[in-house]
Design a binder for this molecule. Structure first.
Ligand code: ATP
Length: 261
């Protein structure tokens, strides 16, 4: 049975996924969301990484959300983005021991039990969902519960990451979620002293995969110290320095993500 529902006051939902953990999915989700908000869109950011929520740290917000009169969670606003994370609701260490049904119900609450449009008169233009790594319970719940307009897959250019990224891609395709494109993260590192570029995690293989699987290649994000530091400090670089070269890359990727109705 199809239980997909349209989220009230949310025009489009886009998942940011990877196969492997630690390849920069949350960094991408956060900075894409902020760069879209910079351009005047009404943006929400849902941290669906129930086991390892990164949004509270990366967006610099962490408090229990208040409730509306009809008991819906009110998103916290950071850098113009309406945010919700399981990290706002439970102590940092507890989600790691959750079983599938608990993950499912937590995610359902964050989707349907939230007043996503609360801070925006006309609702959200786009809800960016930061997925957990892999292809597990949270992914199934998301695709069963809501109509996803598309998925973006983030990977480094290493085989070990790409093998898992392909599994993610296949999963979304199997359930008819359009692949909006692939992003190569941590693509190159330019030495700040001599300018020499090193491909620490490889370079070019994500684009090659996009061509092979006939899906868009959205761009590549280099290894950047300021990007990492700003994430750790809870002040995304796209908010701190929207005209920096890295912020412009996120902005271009955001432009390419054409979201259907
Ligand atoms: N392009 C980059 N340059 C420098 N550091 C980066 C870059 N992308 C991500 N990082 C850093 O790498 C680490 C992992 O990134 P992130 O948390 O975004 O990955 P993830 O795929 O969401 O991880 P998880 O699987 O834990 O959810 C973070 O410390 C982040 O700041």
């Amino acid at each position: 049975m199809n239980k997909q529902q349209k989220l009230l006051n949310v025009n489009a939902i886009v998942a940011i996924a990877s196969g492997k953990g630690g390849v920069g999915k949350s960094t991408t989700a956060v900075n894409l969301a902020v760069s879209m908000a910079n351009r005047g869109l009404n943006v929400g950011l849902l941290d669906a990484d129930i086991y390892g929520p990164s949004l509270p740290r990366m967006m610099g917000v962490n408090q229990k959300p208040e409730l509306t009169d009809d008991k819906k969670l009110i998103p916290l606003v950071a850098y113009g983005v309406s945010c919700l994370s399981i990290g706002f609701l439970v102590p940092e260490e507890s989600p790691a021991i959750w079983r599938g049904p608990m993950v499912q119900s937590a995610l359902k609450q964050l989707l349907h039990g939230a007043a996503w449009g609360f801070h925006h008169d006309k609702g959200l233009d786009i809800l960016v969902v930061d997925m957990p790594p892999g292809t597990g319970d949270a992914h199934l719940t998301l695709v069963q519960q809501v109509h996803l307009n598309g998925a973006i897959i983030v990977s480094t250019s290493q085989d070990v990451a790409l093998i898992d990224a392909r599994k993610g891609l296949a999963m979304f395709q199997r359930v008819n979620v359009p692949i909006l494109g692939l992003i190569e993260n941590m693509s190159q590192f330019s030495c700040p002293r001599c300018g020499h570029a090193s491909s620490i995690f490889g370079h070019g293989a994500v684009k090659a995969d996009a061509e092979k699987f006939n899906v868009p290649f959205l761009g590549e994000i280099p290894i950047d110290l300021a990007l990492r530091e700003s994430g750790d400090e809870g002040r995304p670089i796209t908010a701190l320095d929207p005209d920096s070269p890295i912020s412009r890359i996120y902005s271009h990727i955001g432009e390419k993500v054409i979201v259907g109705g």
